[in-house]
Unconditional design. Structure first.
Length: 235
């Protein structure tokens, strides 16, 4: 199965600095793409249709994709591991402080079936919208990951997550000690698309869309209205 995971800040002319909690980036930092550019990407490059919307969800912060995926896995609508296409200005793989250490050293030591504790991670201030995708990989939910990045975003995939062939394989010294119990972590084929115009994939089973208000000026909110008709929102 395959999911399309969108972030509103992808559809901006530049990458905005993170705003303070409760605030939005300055309108001068970036402009939202024109309507026809957004629609062309959704329809021609992602194969979406307003006549046949794909089941999914729309939310404010991107980490809530984990809650949606967990619910669909539990109700049997989504089979894990699944292929994920992440369209965003950020990789959401824990680049920058505090980095991937918690996931690599604490989450990976747990039995795979005991790792999915979203409420506990949030309560401990370990899970957020900048690292949720790393958690999904640690849960062994993702079989293949494609990251379609905004051309103006920085290269932010932590090198320590990649093996010698450019694929993702999560590991740490302490996690390797647990492989006898947990088994080795899977190798996840990974592709980063630097020029989104070269991207084209179709056949998505689910679509998620995040507003990420701290990363996009208020003028970009009209993008949400453009995307909404392509998603059949489910609980």
């Amino acid at each position: 199965m395959k999911v399309l995971d969108l972030d509103m800040d992808f559809f901006l002319t530049d990458a905005c600095p993170l705003a303070a909690k409760g605030e939005r980036p300055d309108e001068r930092c970036a402009r939202p793409y024109a309507d026809d550019e957004v629609i062309r990407f959704l329809e021609e490059q992602c194969g979406l249709s307003r006549q046949h919307p794909v089941p999914g969800a729309i939310f404010d912060t991107h980490d809530k994709a984990l809650d949606f995926w967990r619910a669909r896995i539990r109700d049997g609508a989504l089979s894990a591991p699944f292929e994920a296409v992440h369209v965003d200005t950020h990789s959401d793989l824990a680049f920058g402080p505090p980095g991937p250490d918690f996931v690599l050293k604490a989450v990976l030591t747990r039995a795979p079936e005991a790792r999915v504790n979203l409420e506990g991670y949030r309560h401990g201030v370990k899970l957020d919208e900048a690292n949720y995708l790393l958690f999904a990989l640690a849960f062994r939910w993702i079989s293949r990951l494609t990251y379609v990045r905004n051309p103006r975003s920085r290269h932010d995939v932590p090198a320590r997550l990649l093996d010698g062939q450019g694929n993702i394989r999560l590991t740490s010294d302490i996690a390797r000690l647990m492989e006898g119990i947990n088994g080795p972590e899977p190798t996840v084929p990974f592709a980063q698309i630097d020029d989104y115009r070269s991207f084209e994939q179709t056949g998505f089973d689910f679509v998620t869309m995040a507003q990420s208000p701290r990363y996009a000026p208020a003028s970009a909110d009209r993008i949400m209205a453009l995307v909404r008709p392509y998603i059949l929102e489910i609980g």
